[in-house]
Design a protein around this ligand. Structure first.
Ligand code: ATP
Ligand code: MG
Length: 508
């Protein structure tokens, strides 16, 4: 055997041992050789195939397969000849048992001495398994994507450098970044300084939720506008081949939950306060009733004596002191009864602003206001309330005096009415520019006999009386704000919704 023959034999053996069915084509599509694998698969001898064209045999060998034979732009053989580089095409067929089959065809050109393509080797590779796996993987990925995207928790993943590589819709909303911006930010800018590093330290700590895991933790994140948002988060390190590849965090916005908790706490404090007021009210009513009867006798017999005793009598002055103090006791009893809501009310309908004008008129001692500027802001002249005008005037007077006392007779006192048309509550606000109520006293000011004023100046009954009176009149009194700039007390009244005609009838 010559060297040339040996060479040809060797090449034919290689061609026949290829595990992929392979054929050699001329540029016009004439099949000049097929390997053993090809003959075996199509159960035809190579001599019956050779000499035919691929265009003719394709429909026989590959039924159901649409091969773009007539389109030179699409036909991989023609493209291989034209561009002189290998081409590949993924073709879909249905096999004998009716299953989907995917085939990868690879076309490799063989160039002649003149550089033109003289032959093309075409091999067939069954990629059905790979394709099915790829699609399964794609489906699983799509499912995971959907789960991540539809989660109400915000999910963020970052690579080792801290660059964000995955975010879901909830994270965009929580952090306030539009989708096209969030991928450009660094994970550290989602937290206050040092927090991201602290999280990483905890993640690597085996004693905290296990290595690479962060148990549920309460922290604040920083959103796009720099606002701190309380969240509960968990996180994990993503490992690949034992090496840290990135981190993933899941965040839950706590704002709503915390607000509800705060409200609940306030409501509990309120209930405690109401219970305290109720028992103090019962005590006050008991004391007032017990004192009322002997007091009435003291005043009655004292006044009878007053009429009999001459002014020059040395005992006359002492009797005046007894009567003065007895009257003071009567005022205390009156206030106690008002606090415990045991006094009689006589309600009437009046415009809210009358409270301001009448109370100021009743405060005849204008010396009180010497260095105090009184500002009236009376709006919504038409808003009507139903209450015991005299009782409420006493409330307002006490608030005015308290305000003046707090300003040490120097400052600005504002009386402001307000009502939003269509709503059911109207308000009278009394503000001063005094030093405010110390925090530890705020919960005590409505208690009977709580006073910070010097002996003889205040009994500490003004606000407790106000509390009882407002309750009796279906209203409310509360401190809106207090601090070094001053204090604002608010009286809240239910609005009377009757037509003007009826109102004028009732007062006319
Ligand atoms: N506007 C205010 N600014 C600062 N502290 C106030 C104000 N109003 C009330 N207080 C505090 O609340 C306490 C209780 O007020 P309250 O009107 O019940 O009693 P009083 O003014 O001390 O005495 P009384 O009103 O019986 O003469 C006051 O002693 C004071 O410490
Ligand atoms: Mg007072």
């Amino acid at each position: 055997m010559t060297r040339d023959q040996q060479e040809i034999n060797w090449r034919v053996r290689v061609f026949d041992s290829l595990s992929y069915p392979t054929r050699v084509l001329k540029p016009d599509g004439t099949i000049i050789a097929v390997n053993d694998k090809f003959s075996k698969i199509f159960n035809e001898s190579s001599s019956s195939i050779v000499g035919q064209t691929c265009r003719k045999t394709n429909p026989i060998h590959f039924p159901n397969q649409s091969f773009p034979c007539d389109n030179s732009e699409e036909c991989p053989l023609q493209k291989t000849v034209k561009y002189k580089v290998g081409q590949s095409a993924l073709l879909h067929t249905i096999d004998i048992s009716g299953d989907d089959k995917w085939e990868d065809r690879v076309f490799s050109p063989i160039l002649g001495d003149d550089g033109e393509v003289i032959f093309v080797i075409e091999s067939f590779r069954d990629v059905t398994r790979i394709n099915v796996l790829e699609r399964l993987y794609g489906d699983a990925r799509e499912l995971i994507d959907k789960v991540v995207q539809s989660s109400v928790s915000a999910i963020i993943a970052a690579n080792r450098r801290g660059e964000i590589i995955l975010v879901n819709k909830a994270a965009e909303e929580l952090f306030g970044y539009p989708a096209d911006e969030i991928n450009d930010i660094h994970i550290e800018s989602c937290y206050a300084e040092g927090v991201a590093r602290d999280i990483m330290k905890k993640l690597r700590d085996e004693n905290l939720g296990g290595k690479g895991k962060l148990p549920v933790t309460r922290i604040d994140i920083i959103n796009r506008s720099g606002e701190e948002i309380p969240v509960e988060m968990t996180a994990a390190i993503i490992y690949k081949d034992g090496k840290e590849e990135g981190t993933a965090g899941i965040f839950n916005d706590m704002r709503e939950k915390l607000a509800v908790e705060r409200e609940l706490q306030n409501a509990q404090t309120q209930i405690g306060q109401t219970e305290k007021m109720a028992s103090l009210g019962r005590l006050a009513a008991g004391v007032a009733h017990e004192i009322n009867n002997p007091l009435t006798s003291i005043l009655l017999y004292g006044n009878m004596m007053r009429e009999k005793i001459e002014a020059e009598n040395p005992l006359s002055k002492n009797l005046d002191y007894v009567l003065e103090d007895a009257e003071r006791c009567r005022d205390i009893v009156k206030n106690l009864l008002a606090y415990s809501r045991q006094s009689n009310t006589s309600k009437e309908v009046f415009p809210l602003e009358r409270l301001v004008t009448d109370s100021l008129r009743l405060l005849r001692d204008q010396r009180l206001f010497m260095h105090v500027e009184v500002v009236k802001e009376l709006v919504n002249h038409e808003v009507l309330v139903r209450a015991d005008l005299n009782q409420i005037c006493q409330v307002v007077i006490n608030l005015i005096i308290n305000g003046i006392d707090a300003m040490e007779e120097n400052g600005k006192l504002t009386l402001k009415t307000s009502w939003v048309e269509g709503t059911e509550k109207a308000y009278l606000e009394i503000s001063d520019t005094g030093g405010g109520i110390p925090e530890e006293n705020v919960s005590k000011i409505f208690d009977p006999f709580f006073t910070t004023k010097e002996l003889g100046k205040g009994t500490g009954l003004g606000l407790s009386m106000a509390y009882g009176v407002m309750k009796e009149n279906e209203g409310r009194i509360f401190v809106k704000k207090t601090g070094p700039e001053g204090t604002t007390f608010v009286l809240e009244f239910p609005v009377v919704t009757i037509s003007n005609e009826i109102y004028f009838d009732s007062i006319g």
